[in-house]
Design a protein around this ligand. Structure first.
Ligand SMILES: Nc1ncnc2c1ncn2[C@@H]1O[C@H](COP(=O)(O)OP(=O)(O)OP(=O)(O)O)[C@@H](O)[C@H]1O
Ligand SMILES: [Mg+2]
Length: 319
């Protein structure tokens, strides 16, 4: 039996003057070493749920325990040192260098210089940041690099638990994929327990061993991504998951396999051109961006070979 890293027992949070609770009678267990993602629309209570674990927000009722201990029985500062916290805006101290940022918790803990320096080297290597970044300031780094520093800083005190609130939300798709892959590997290697908020279905499914689907302050389903995909507990979950399923399928389909005949006459220059190997997800995005009714498919030196229309991509989608 794995240990319970985080446990919620009938936890509610109603903000002052709010008409209804932001988190409603929620019970859940996050096993030690697991990566749990929380998925839900904006305003459903994800951040509120997360912030109650390190007591940035106090519950209105119910009990939260960390490794079997009621979090109210530990001084707040001590609790927060034992739980890493990463947010979207990173929150690095702008006037401190990268190494000083990472050393925040070690300094609070009063580590000596040698131990702190070793920890910084270890962490920078872990999150794949080159050594020469140590003396730089956050503004000299890209968003993705800053987020790596944010992760390193959160892990500096070697916390068993990491809370992450849309940490990769503001980062471009390519950098984001790399960060996701790297972080998942770090999590596995070090056996950290992660509670990770996102509103991106793909991210929730890719990263989570288990996934919580939330709506209006309540957990709709809490299971493995595959189990949720194959057996959504209600219409809300089903709708949320299906839309992603479609995208996944589109991603795997190629223009060459789905193109139809070109219209008579010339194809206007305003129509985007794609190669036969382009996937339908990218094509859909292109169509939505360009506002064109179709894309023309180019077959190498053969020239225009066919087209894929917005209408085709809408079919089977049901929307
Ligand atoms: N400090 C606060 N005071 C009053 N109401 C709040 C406060 N924080 C959150 N709320 C309300 O609680 C509800 C849930 O907010 P929360 O920030 O948890 O949502 P979320 O799921 O994280 O959304 P998002 O995806 O947009 O970040 C919202 O209706 C919000 O307005
Ligand atoms: Mg939020």
């Amino acid at each position: 039996m794995s240990k319970e890293a985080i446990k919620f027992e009938r936890v509610s949070k109603t903000f002052p003057k709010a008409a209804k609770p932001s988190v409603n009678e929620t019970s859940l267990v996050v096993p030690q070493g697991s990566f749990v993602t929380i998925l839900g629309a904006s305003g459903c209570g994800k951040t509120t749920l997360l912030k109650m674990v390190n007591r940035i927000i106090e519950p209105s009722s119910g009990t939260i325990s960390v490794f079997g201990k009621d979090i109210r029985s530990t001084p707040v500062t001590e609790l927060r040192q034992s739980i890493g916290y990463v947010i979207q805006q990173v929150g690095l101290f702008p006037h401190l260098t990268i190494e000083q940022n990472i050393a925040t918790v070690p300094n609070i803990l009063g580590w000596d210089r040698q131990k702190t320096a070793e920890r910084i080297d270890y962490l920078m290597d872990l999150v794949h940041l080159p050594e020469n970044y140590k003396k730089m300031y956050p503004r000299q780094l890209s968003g993705g690099q800053q987020q790596r520093v944010g992760i390193a800083r959160a892990m500096a005190g070697d916390p068993a638990i990491l809370l992450m609130d849309e940490p990769f939300g503001a980062i471009d798709a390519i950098t984001r994929t790399k960060l996701q892959d790297d972080f998942k590997q770090i999590q596995r290697e070090l056996g950290k327990t992660v509670l990770f908020v996102t509103h991106d279905v793909e991210e929730a499914m890719k990263l989570g061993d288990r996934m919580i689907v939330m709506n209006e302050g309540s957990i709709q389903q809490y299971d493995t991504p595959l189990a949720i995909m194959s057996g959504p507990s209600n219409d809300f979950v089903s709708r949320l998951i299906q839309s992603d399923d479609l995208f996944q399928r589109l991603h795997l389909m190629k223009a060459a396999d789905h193109m139809i005949e070109l219209p008579d006459g010339l194809v206007p220059d305003s129509v985007p051109r794609v190669g036969v190997d382009e996937n339908l997800k990218a094509i859909l995005q292109l169509l939505l961006q360009s506002n064109a009714p179709y894309v023309a498919v180019l077959d190498g030196d053969q020239g225009l070979a066919g087209r894929v229309t917005l209408e085709q991509l809408k079919l089977g989608n049901g929307r």
